[in-house]
Design a protein around this ligand. Structure first.
Ligand code: FAD
Ligand code: SF4
Ligand code: SF4
Length: 1005
């Protein structure tokens, strides 16, 4: 294996590189260990630490960086979203990340349906800009929210609808690029090339000419062939011509070259009209083989997609209550596999006819009544979502064995698909594993990942399976690399696929364009072995530093059986961190968290666009720290602190991350570990202990509120405690819920335990102290509906201490005190839970702590019983309304209502109940604000160091939406969300309990 030339000792070289990049460019120069570690991986099994990372601000920065790197002898590795599955973006090089700043659409020609873009723009962002023009870029990769156009071109990416639109190579019209010598070149139609580029074209033409026979004999004749270089541009072998008029386009040589031939500066893209309508026919098959056999016939109906969902995926989806109705609506009986057959176009009537043709075809194939027809958009979208989620569930397998992608996109001609999948299934069985099949049946590319344990015998099995799969690919005249590129896991198979002569021709192309081996060296040609364990993220012998965590991570401390996918009991996985490290390792780097859609994950990345402030970046930092790769004490050190600093604990990742990486809880663990070693600050103590002193402090509100009244005190609090002087603090008041309680008609403990209709109100410190009106409103609503309501421990009236979920202690790393609070709470609430009485809370972050963190404190079955009965106010009402126990009588609404969901409500799927109870109000016009985190997040937004970021998070979507609805009532259940809305938009937001209370007509039954 040849390596990139190292002209100087690595450190000296790296120092010089960093020094010059800092001096000569305006980009971000990231050469610290943690940053390099974060860029050492992609969505593959590999890890190679780069020399350094550079995030250019301008095109000129890139050009300078390439020159500087070349002159000091460091290779250059271009990177977009880093979502490659084969190790394309891992390398001992200067990694240049274009995704942060180089992401403009430069030009859209709507007439010609052409766009020019920078390489760092993400596909979804581009398509959002094209939509108003009725256009889209149709290479619809599953990672459309992460994949950059530069990366898509680099990999010759392919979408679900490639049967209709082709791959990247079919949709790129031109590429402007820097060559390895720093010069600029324009790659496009050969007849319009400049002199230098004409020379390159001529060289390729000559090579192709010399290898004419070999190309004819060896080249897979498939749409889905992405391995090697596109030497066939002069003699196209793809089922679909690279250009519509048969001309030759030199840009196609760069497509799929994985950053090894040139660094893309700009891309010119061919756009397509957005289809006005789509219909879906879901074909149910009694056997997997029948589905595979049918694909070749179905494609003759010219569908825009034919996607497979196999039995395992169907079952996984069925097991999930959220997906069960959708998947079951697509099933006829108990099929072994289904094919999602989509037709797209402008004329709905014509699409209906094609759907009928599908039904007829299935009848001819002796599968009458096997098609479920879906013509409306909503069910179609729901089913596509289920397909995606099924894969995510598969990826969330706990234990060291993981579904590994290395033969997941071999493509075979459709007539052999059934035989190929059957034979490969047999190969898996032989090696003690099995595969779950999904994806693009239309083009003979089915994704499948056997489960392998790379820390043990994974490498040996990987090679054995790869070799046997390769034999099958050869037998069926397929393409070994059919979608995800070559990178490290397929590099060595390029020569196998194309033979030594074509491989030499590829090497000649590389030498001609990059004689100094500057650009992503040793990829596509002269590659390392796929099973070189030195390149693995988890090589054999991988170790973590022993640790006693404060939380219970035992559900992750398991091993799995690759054949049955069952996991061993919690705690049996042999992890010396009791499962914490294994929970962190669940991040497989797929990059799904790099998204900007309606979900929550990840608010800090949405603002900074820094890998460091991304769930993936954080998980990688933790993994490196836990395994000693950042030094022995790194977990409690500054690199980890910095990576977690902007994590607002929103739990967006807990819900949205396909593998369930729960960074919010991981941060709490790290904070506790850090406090053990480093102690805490005065400000942390003040915030953590708020529940302890809130009652006493509220007796003297005039004193407590001085900070916001006396000039200079806010600035002093910023200096002494780090609290932002630009923020007002929550207003103290004497009329707390505890003081009001004796006059509120609360039921006693025994009355509540014995009443026919009862509930326990868990009044948290924030609502109880600062906004007691919310708790009173909730009480009024419940009492109006005839419930006996007890406010457990919310007061001093019955001598009990205020109950607290412990969240403020957790956020300060005071895990033991939080546990003490939790025990107190359990003791007080257990009798109610044992009688099946609901524990109703108002503040999402407090109440949901009972359903989340409290279950991970090792408090046993009692905590679980409390969690079972802990409901948000609106969840409780919805439950009761549905059970017919609560029929509210409410006045009609007088203004529209816009709801901002607290992040934890979203993470626990608890936002719909808010909308549902508001819709009980006659004439209510209720809608949800599509927002991520409000940016306040407990004490985060109050801290001076976070004020700016906090406001930026709010400005992403929440505050503009609030301002855009001047007449609406803004509803927000989170205390901090309400504060942020008041600070940022000058509007009062109200808790849902107050809205309902304000609309109460009179007592209801
Ligand atoms: C869960 C999952 C699903 C996926 N689904 C699909 C799918 O449906 N279809 C599909 O085709 N792929 C898929 N992929 C693979 C991957 O997402 C795509 O290949 C994607 O297009 C890569 O984009 P990126 O921005 O992440 O590129 P990167 O991974 O950052 O880079 C890809 C390659 O392009 C090169 N490159 C990047 N920028 C430049 C530049 N400016 N100049 C020159 N070279 C450059 C890099 O060096 C690298 O070799 C999937 C991956 C995952 C994890
Ligand atoms: S944190 Fe989750 S979503 Fe982000 S890369 Fe890791 S596994 Fe993917
Ligand atoms: S908890 Fe929120 S801020 Fe933290 S990593 Fe997850 S999504 Fe990002």
């Amino acid at each position: 294996m040849s390596r990139a030339p190292m002209k100087k000792p690595a450190n000296e070289q790296a120092n010089e590189l960093a020094r010059r990049l800092t001096g000569e460019t305006g980009g971000e120069v990231l050469f610290d260990d943690a940053s390099r570690g974060r860029y050492a991986t992609d969505a593959s099994i590999y890890q190679i630490t780069p020399v350094g990372v550079f995030v250019p601000r301008t095109e000129r920065d890139v050009a300078t960086a390439i020159d500087v790197a070349r002159s000091v002898g460091t290779p250059v590795l271009a990177r977009g979203g880093g979502s490659s599955q084969c190790g394309q973006t891992t390398g001992a090089a200067l990694v240049i990340d274009t995704s942060k700043h180089l992401r403009r659409v430069l030009h859209i020609d709507t007439q010609a349906a052409v766009a020019e873009v920078e390489p760092g723009i993400v596909l979804d962002a581009l398509n959002a800009q094209l939509k108003p023009h009725g256009l889209w870029f149709p290479v619809d990769v599953s990672t459309s929210a992460q994949a950059t156009l530069g990366g898509m071109a680099g990999n010759n990416s392919c979408g679900s609808r490639s049967i209709a639109y082709g791959n990247m190579v079919h949709n790129v019209l031109g590429i402007d690029a820097w060559l390895a010598d720093g010069s600029e070149a324009s790659f496009g139609p050969v007849e319009r090339l400049g002199e230098r580029e004409r020379g390159i074209a001529e060289m390729v033409r000559q090579l192709a000419l010399a290898q004419r026979d070999e190309i004819e004999a060896r080249w897979p004749k498939l749409l889905r062939r992405v391995g090697g270089y596109n030497l066939d541009i002069f003699q196209p072998q793809s089922e679909r011509p690279y250009t519509s008029d048969g001309s030759v386009n030199l840009a196609h040589l760069l497509v799929g070259s994985e950053g090894t031939l040139a660094f893309t500066r700009r891309l010119t893209l061919k756009l397509a009209p957005l289809p006005r309508a789509r219909v879906l026919g879901v074909v149910n098959f009694p056997t997997f083989r029948a589905a595979m056999d049918a694909a070749q016939h179905i494609v003759r109906l010219a569908p825009s997609a034919v996607e497979l969902v196999d039995r395992t995926m169907i079952e996984l989806s069925r097991a999930n209550p959220a997906f069960r109705p959708t998947i079951e609506s697509a099933l006829v009986g108990a099929p072994d596999a289904i094919l999602l057959v989509e037709f797209a176009g402008d004329d709905p009537a014509a699409l209906q006819q094609r759907l009928r043709a599908l039904v007829e075809l299935m009848g001819d194939l002796r599968l009458p009544d096997s098609v479920v027809e879906m013509t409306a958009d909503a069910p179609q979208k729901a089913l596509w979502d289920v397909r995606k989620a099924g894969l995510n569930i598969m990826m969330s397998l706990k234990g060291d064995g993981k579904p590994v992608s290395f033969i997941e996109d071999c493509a075979v001609p459709l007539e052999h698909l059934a035989e190929y999948t059957a034979a490969l299934t047999e190969v898996f069985r032989k090696h003690g594993s099995r595969g779950t099949w999904y994806a693009h049946a239309s083009v003979g590319t089915l994704h499948v990942r056997p489960i392998l344990d790379m820390r043990r015998d994974g490498a040996t099995k990987m090679r054995a399976i790869a070799e046997e799969a390769a034999e099958l690919v050869r037998k069926f005249k397929g393409a070994y690399s059919g979608e995800h590129g070559d990178g490290l896991c397929r590099g060595e198979w390029v020569q196998w696929q194309f033979g030594p002569r074509l491989n030499d021709a590829f090497r000649a192309i590389k030498r001609q364009l990059d004689p100094g081996n500057v650009l992503n060296p040793n990829r596509i040609v002269d590659t390392p072995n796929m099973d070189d364990a030195r390149l693995f993220r988890f090589p054999p012998g991988y170790k973590t530093i022993a640790l006693t965590p404060v939380f219970d991570w035992s559900p992750w401390n398991v091993q799995n059986d690759p054949a049955t996918e069952t996991t061993s009991p919690p705690g049996s996985g042999g992890d010396n961190t009791a499962g914490f490290a294994k929970a962190v390792e669940m991040c497989n780097n797929n990059g799904h968290c790099r998204k900007f859609d309606a979900g929550t994950m990840c608010p800090s990345f949405r603002v900074t666009r820094d890998e460091q402030h991304l769930t993936r970046g954080r998980a990688n930092t933790l993994r490196l720290a836990l395994s000693g790769q950042l030094g022995a004490q790194a977990l409690t050190g500054d690199a980890v602190r910095d990576a977690l600093d902007l994590c607002v604990g929103c739990k967006g990742c807990r819900r949205d991350c396909p593998t369930g990486v729960d960074m919010a809880k991981m941060k709490l663990e790290v904070l506790a570990q850090r406090r053990r070693v480093r102690g805490g600050s005065l400000a942390e103590t003040l915030i953590a202990r708020l529940p302890d002193y809130a009652h006493a402090a509220s007796a003297v509100p005039w004193l407590m509120n001085l900070r916001d009244r006396v000039p200079g005190l806010a600035a002093l609090s910023e200096k002494l405690l780090g609290l932002s002087s630009r923020r007002s603090l929550p207003r103290w008041r004497r009329d707390t819920f505890a003081r009001l309680a004796p006059r509120l008609g609360l039921a006693s403990r025994d009355e509540t335990l014995n009443a026919a209709k009862s509930a326990v109100l868990f009044v948290d410190t924030f609502n109880g102290t600062f906004e007691s009106g919310n708790a009173v409103a909730a009480l009024r609503v419940l009492q109006a509906a005839g419930y006996a309501v007890h406010a457990a421990g919310a007061n001093t009236a019955d001598g009990q201490a205020a109950l607290c979920c412990g969240r403020t202690y957790l956020a300060a790393g005071r895990a033991e005190e939080a546990k003490a609070k939790a025990r107190q709470l359990i003791e007080a609430l257990l009798p109610f839970a044992q009688r099946g009485i609901a524990i109703v809370g108002l503040e999402p972050s407090c109440l949901l702590t009972l359903r989340d963190e409290m279950l991970a404190m090792g408090l046993g079955a009692d905590a679980a019983l409390i969690a079972e009965h802990a409901l948000l106010f609106e969840e409780f009402l919805v439950r009761e309304v549905r059970a017919g126990r609560f029929t509210p009588r409410l006045k009609a609404a007088t203004q529209p209502m816009r709801v901002h969901g607290h992040c934890h409500q979203k993470a626990f799927g608890a936002i719909q109940p808010v909308l549902e109870v508001l819709r009980l109000i006659p004439g209510a016009d209720v809608s949800l604000i599509e927002s991520s985190c409000c940016g306040m997040a407990g004490s985060f937004g109050y801290e001076a160091s976070h004020h700016e970021i906090s406001m930026q998070m709010a400005e992403l979507s929440l505050l503009p939406a609030v301002r855009a609805a001047p007449d609406a009532l803004i509803v927000a259940d989170g205390t901090s969300c309400r504060h942020q809305i008041a600070d940022g938009a000058g509007r009062e937001a109200v808790h849902v309990a107050r809205v309902l209370a304000d609309h109460l007509l009179n007592r209801a039954s």
